[in-house]
Design a protein around this ligand. Structure first.
Ligand code: DX5
Ligand code: ZN
Length: 215
């Protein structure tokens, strides 16, 4: 399986997004993870499509947009037009899951579905055949810098056993140590916010994340 590192811009310097996008690109990021929060699905508000559209103009790395919003279906076109490559939404959202996946595909993006920590992985099973990726959250969505929940690993193990070629992403508390646990469980795409941005050598940290995921 392809191993990919997706730095979360939630930990970037919001006054210098262009600079941090370039730093991620130069440091070997495979994807750029963009956390969209609406203050309703999660208790925090971040950025929307206009900011992503501006960021897209100054980045060559594919955009991995993680929608933590109550009504993703309403906004799929906006995020696709803004330049999203992958659009991930939550199975716990209020939108119809099949309709939302179809809309993402119709807009030319790759659809992905995510589960919060308290949601069983079975919730994604009816949709997996249509999905490009499944995101298993390893923190309660809403904030960066939280502790990794190792008890989510059985969900990844089950999904990997049932879908050997599916892209499985993890998000929350991933660092050069916890990445090993996630990779062993079967994940192959790793979001990392604080681990990447708190590093004084971003390229080294991204390389270490990749190397440690291979072991
Ligand atoms: C949390 C977000 C994450 C967050 C990860 O709700 O979905 O993408 O930025 O940050 P770290 O890697 O610091 O846990
Ligand atoms: Zn995220």
């Amino acid at each position: 399986m392809d191993i990919k590192i997706s730095p979360s811009m939630l930990s970037a310097d919001f006054a210098n997004l262009e600079k941090d996008l370039k730093r991620c690109e130069d440091a070997g990021s495979d994807l750029i993870h963009l956390d969209v929060m609406d203050g309703h699905f999660v208790p925090n508000i971040t950025i929307g499509a206009p900011v992503i559209k501006a960021m897209k103009k100054v980045s060559n790395v594919p955009f991995d947009v993680h929608l933590m919003i109550s009504e993703p279906l309403k906004y799929i076109k906006d995020f696709a037009d803004a330049g999203a490559d992958i659009i991930t939404f939550h199975v716990e959202s209020d939108s119809d899951v099949n309709e939302t996946i179809d809309k993402i595909i119709e807009c030319g993006c790759k659809p992905a579905l995510s589960v919060k920590p308290n949601t069983p992985i079975d919730a994604v099973y009816p949709y997996v055949d249509k999905l490009a990726m499944v995101l298993v959250m390893t923190v309660e969505p809403g904030f960066g810098g939280q502790s990794f929940m190792a008890d989510m690993m059985p969900k990844i193990e089950k999904l990997r056993a049932d879908y050997p070629t599916l892209d499985i992403q993890v998000d929350g508390g991933v660092n050069t140590e916890t990445v090993k646990t996630c990779a062993k469980a079967g994940a192959n795409i790793f979001v990392a916010g604080s681990a990447v941005f708190s590093s004084d050598d971003m390229a080294k940290t991204i390389m270490e994340l990749k190397e440690n995921a291979k072991q």
